[in-house]
Design a protein around this ligand. Sequence first.
Ligand SMILES: Cc1cc2nc3c(=O)[nH]c(=O)nc-3n(C[C@H](O)[C@H](O)[C@H](O)COP(=O)(O)O)c2cc1C
Length: 207
Amino acid sequence: MLVTPPIARAATSPRGTSRVVPTGVERPYGREEIIVSKTDTKGVIRYANDIFLRVAGYDESEIIGMPHNVIRHPGMPRAVFQVMWNTISAGEELFAYVVNLAADGGHYWVLAHVTPTFDTTGAIVGYHSNRRWVEPEIRDEVAAVYARVLHTEAAQRRTSDAIAAGVAALTDELASAGHTLDTWVWALAGRDMAGNQTAGRQMAGAR
Ligand SMILES: Cc1cc2nc3c(=O)[nH]c(=O)nc-3n(C[C@H](O)[C@H](O)[C@H](O)COP(=O)(O)O)c2cc1C
């Protein structure tokens, strides 16, 4: 069953300027850092850690209370967020590669682990996302798939048609390589983490 993501306000900069324009400049962060945010059930940001604030380039007072699409990058297919909301609102976790837009128009790739938070009765009371560094080689591979899905979405006039076409394009492309979204992300993450450890050892050796 497809779940419609909650309608969030259009992404506007909390600084009161209009939409943030991507600059193509990457925002640096450390391989060991974890970028964290928590939201309510509608995706409104209720918590962001210091690393989130630094990398996304916002003050806490600007970001708390904003819909999470405030950092949505135009290079992200709608289909990925559709699958994300579908999964987490069903009470399950999701791993996904995401490129985000910082306040200054820079971008940063992450491997996001998004989970629902439950109360004692088992009801979902919010969501939590932990994000980690992505190796450049993996980013390029994911970006190529996302670009094809975006192309398919862009051919549709209605948003609902774009989402449906995007989900179909993503599912079909991954299926032709023998993957679901989940197994694809895990296959990439395995290589990603191996690269991360090698880089970590090299950095430790250089010290
Ligand atoms: C816990 C949580 C974390 C999220 N993190 C991000 C994120 O890092 N970047 C992003 O673009 N959307 C994120 N989203 C999804 C947004 O809520 C939204 O669905 C997405 O940005 C697409 O927005 P749009 O439908 O307005 O295009 C997150 C949602 C939740 C619940």
